[in-house]
Design a protein. Structure first.
Length: 120
């Protein structure tokens, strides 16, 4: 039986409030391990995600569930890392277009965001 991938993505740029992303990912992994269905899923984590990383990661990891933890700018998008470690906004429309184009079997996209008002 093929295991379904759960892709946990995160970004916590240096010039943003510190988040406890690792603790969140640990809790997700622990819940999956306690499940009677644990052998059906494989968890893959990718941190410090940059805009240019998204498409290659999504193509390489072909996941059923994509979970993003980090900062958000309300309806304006997700805060990802810039090459220099600072924040860079990934606009909502561009993200929607990316997921629409890829359509590679993703069943669910979940965002766990801390609002970052300075990005709006």
């Amino acid at each position: 039986m093929d295991r379904k991938k759960v892709l946990l993505l995160s970004a916590n740029p240096a010039n943003t409030d510190r988040l406890r992303v690792e603790a969140e990912f640990r809790e997700i992994a622990e819940c999956c391990q306690k499940s009677s269905l644990r052998d059906r899923f494989a968890i893959v984590t990718k941190g410090a995600v940059r805009i240019d990383d998204l498409q290659p990661i999504l193509l390489q990891e072909v996941s059923r569930v994509v979970h993003f933890s980090g900062h958000g700018a309300a309806a304006n998008g997700l805060v990802l890392e810039h090459d220099d470690g600072t924040w860079q906004l990934a606009p909502t429309e561009a993200l929607a277009d990316l997921f629409r184009i890829l359509q590679n079997g993703i069943d669910c996209v979940k965002r766990s965001l801390c609002p970052m008002l300075c990005c709006v």
